[in-house]
Write a protein that binds this ligand. Sequence first.
Ligand code: FMN
Length: 380
Amino acid sequence: MPGVHATMPLFRNDTVAAPVAVGDTTTDQRPTTEALRLHARASEAATAGITVSDCRLPDLPLVYANPAFLRMTGYTLGEVVGRNCRFLQGGDTAQPGLATLRAALRAGQDCAVLLRNHRKDGTPFWNELTMAPVRDEAGVLTHYIGIQTEVTARVEAEAALHRANAELERRVAARTAALTAANAALVAAQYETLDRLARAAEARDDDTGQHTVRVGATSALLARELGWPVAEAERLGRAAVLHDVGKIGIPDGVLLKPGRLDAAELAVMRAHTTAGAAILAGSTQDVLRLAEEVALTHHERWDGGGYPRGLAGAAISLAGRVVAVADVFDALTHARPYKAAWPVADAVAEIARQTGRQFDPAVVAAFLALHGRAPAPDAS
Ligand SMILES: Cc1cc2nc3c(=O)[nH]c(=O)nc-3n(C[C@H](O)[C@H](O)[C@H](O)COP(=O)(O)O)c2cc1C
């Protein structure tokens, strides 16, 4: 019967869509001779290794290995049958895949692991091993089937990629660190130049140059108290040291005059704001642009009565409003040719009195809060 022959099952009780031989009601699960022949041929032709280990014999020995397994390992059938497969590990019994494999063996389950093995000639290779348990009709574990695929090329390519990535990351980190250090050095050099420029301007009426340094420090503290981010507060502190840079062009007769200035002299003196802004104008550097703003506006008053432009309230740059308070506080608490140093408490009271008049009330509030918490910097 050709039709029946075409749909004959390989195992006697396999269910198939087409009718099987009439009257065949056997429950026998043993493969037919043809099935054995086909499975044997499939195993022989497979490109992956196929092995069978017998669980009923001591130490799980190999009882079958296909040609692909023998080609992969370099052993003959006679050399492997009867041995446990661990001989392929070359003594490397601590590799992570083995822990998974042992747990699967204990539980009678299947598993897939990556193992480092060695061929007969000693060369190492990577073996992707899939293991599956085989049970008899009663459910008793009799064998384990192993399917071995060599994946050396893939594992080595992955390792090379990993090494290349790690090297790349290392180089990027080193380059970033070098750039960060170079940038920090550049910023430090820039700030030092600003300090020295400020000192040059200040040298004629304050040979210690400490007024500019103190005004810078107080301005940065005030900015922090007003909620500015650290970097911006620090930048204001750096810019504030240049608030009087315009004094560099004021004649000694006016700058160093111990008595009161007449109207003409006062006008010359006040021009230090616009002269300072002119020195600093046109920079591409944030800190210098801020310094220009501060030089121009630190003598403006909140009530509009200041100079050089008579701006009022929020029309005055906030940086200028902050430095105005720091500048006056420092001037009051230090001796000048025409006046003695005020006690700190008196100077604080004067700043408070000027809230909403000379100074921005918000900046005065920050100043008082700061002063209440800690002594003003170097107000001795
Ligand atoms: C069917 C089967 C195939 C195996 N194939 C390999 C193999 O190709 N390479 C290998 O290193 N281990 C293989 N093993 C694992 C070892 O034979 C052994 O089970 C493993 O090293 C854990 O046992 P141990 O702790 O006694 O060494 C296989 C195990 C079984 C059951």
